[in-house]
Ligand binder design. Structure first.
Ligand code: ARG
Length: 472
């Protein structure tokens, strides 16, 4: 056994290649370059080796290869894995992809036994299996990252269940809300993103292995056995579909795209809130940078980049959709272009989740500035109108009109609603009493929003308790 893997044995173009039997000459350099996927699909080595172990276990169980061959294959695969992990594998574009690198090295190590591994298998079902396994563990990693983000959000929401801030529509001050409620809105969104990934995992967890090139095989394979060993729910029912389907990857990218869109919305609010115009929060040193020329600057780079990454993730999703559109059954080489977009999008989303979790954990809200802003813009006007309905029994539309007139008066005098003298309000609606002032403060406003799902601090506390239970 050589320490350094030889570069040339079993390579294509010398009649020794995996498929060299009917070829006279080797591929041109450009053919090799456009054909090779090893640069990126080497990330599948663990999945490829696991798939080969399951396949050879099954071949031996069915008497298609001997137990000795199976054992030789397994110890060879262990060594190949160890070599890859030690950085000793020489990746050679002539060997195209990870499947051929692993098999080629296996044949060098264990000879004929290694050459029997590919019985009843094709790279088409092999790569589909590898990629599904990879996507499944990517979903599991993202799930863990989401759990971290959701609990960071929940803890901040708990701290700020009663911290009043302006709620906006059209980015105009609308009604007071609490920061806790605002954060828990993202909890709900991100939780749905997480469950979209879980749904995707259910559909992707089916086993293509045993579909062979496209039509199945004449060998008496036991596809239930390989499914069980690889943790798949069941073998895919149709061999053509098994090697052609990439909707699992498109679905994963779509779910990640929605997740990235949601992250970009929170990221944008962090950028906005950190401006000197808003001053709702201070950025922590860990997630901001300074300026090389303006000493006073603190820039929300991490938030800006989370806001931006959605472009790449959505681009990846779009890219794969276009690759797949119009492809006939079964496998086409086009489909080799499925992996890079998924790898990149998973890396990007994982990084965004980590950065967002850090930013939320470090969040330092300026509760005084938020409270002050919450009272501006006549944000309790709806509370005034509701009071007119509740206490004076005005129809809501009439109450809306009266309130509009009161707001106009306050605006003319340059005061907030709660600072408008009672007489000024009574000049518009004589039945208004001093009780009105009880509903015009921002605290009274948020405390009164106790309808299910409303912003009242008691509701936020309830939502936090529910979330904590769910996250356990
Ligand atoms: N590297 C290929 C891919 O990722 C493996 C499958 C190749 N199959 C074939 N028939 N050439 O799609």
């Amino acid at each position: 056994m050589t320490d350094q893997i030889s570069e040339k044995k079993h390579t294509s173009g010398d009649g020794q290649s995996m498929w060299g039997g009917r070829f006279g000459a080797g591929p041109s350099a450009i053919m090799q370059e456009i054909n090779a996927s090893i640069d990126f699909d080497k990330r599948l080595y663990r999945e490829d080796i696991a798939g080969s172990k399951a396949h050879s276990n099954m071949l031996a169980a069915k008497g298609i290869i001997t137990g000795e061959d199976r054992d030789a294959i397994h110890s060879g695969l262990d060594q190949v894995q160890a070599e890859i992990e030690a950085g000793k594998m020489v990746f050679d574009p002539a060997l195209e992809d990870i499947d051929m690198h692993v098999e080629s090295r296996l044949r060098e190590l264990v000879g004929d036994a290694g050459a029997r591994l590919h019985t009843g298998r094709s790279r088409n079902d092999q790569v589909a299996t590898d990629f599904r396994l990879w996507c499944r563990s990517a979903v599991d990693q993202l799930d863990t990252a989401y759990a971290g983000l959701l609990s960071a959000i929940t803890e901040q929401a708990d701290k700020h269940a009663a911290s009043v801030m302006p709620g906006f529509t059209h980015l105009q001050t609308a009604q007071p809300v609490t920061l806790g409620h605002h954060l828990m809105a993202y909890y709900e969104m991100f939780n749905r993103d997480r469950s979209r990934l879980a749904d995707c995992r259910k559909r992707l967890n089916e086993n293509p292995l045993g579909a062979a090139a496209l039509a199945g095989t004449s060998f008496p394979l036991d596809r239930e056995q390989t499914s069980a060993e690889l943790g798949f729910d069941k073998p895919m029912a149709n061999s053509l579909d098994a090697v052609s389907a990439r909707d699992f990857a498109m679905e994963l990218l779509s779910a990640m795209t929605i997740g990235a869109v949601h992250l970009s919305r929170l990221a944008d609010e962090i950028v906005l809130w950190a401006t000197s115009a808003f001053k709702f929060l201070e950025l922590s040193d860990s997630f901001s940078t300074g300026s090389s020329i303006m000493p006073q600057k603190r820039n929300p780079d991490a938030a800006e980049l989370v806001r931006a990454k959605v472009g790449r993730i959505m681009g990846a999703q779009n890219g794969l959709m276009i690759v797949m559109k119009g492809l006939p059954l079964a496998y086409s080489k086009d489909m080799q272009e499925d992996k890079e977009p998924v790898f990149k999008a998973v890396d990007d989303l994982a990084l965004c989740l980590a950065a967002m979790t850090g930013m939320i954990e470090d969040l330092k809200p300026n509760t005084a500035a938020m409270r002050e802003a919450a009272g501006q813009g006549f944000s309790t006007a709806t509370d005034l109108a509701d009071w007119l309905v509740r206490v004076l029994n005005l129809p809501f539309r009439d109450a809306h009109h009266v309130t509009g007139t009161v707001v106009k008066e306050a605006e003319t005098r340059g005061v907030d609603l709660c600072d408008l003298p009672l007489e000024a309000m009574q000049a518009i609606e004589p039945r208004i009493t001093a009780d009105i002032f009880d509903v015009l403060t921002v605290d009274a406003s948020v405390n009164s929003r106790t309808s299910f799902g409303g912003t009242a601090p008691a509701n936020v506390k309830q939502a936090v308790a529910t979330a904590r239970k769910a996250l356990k």
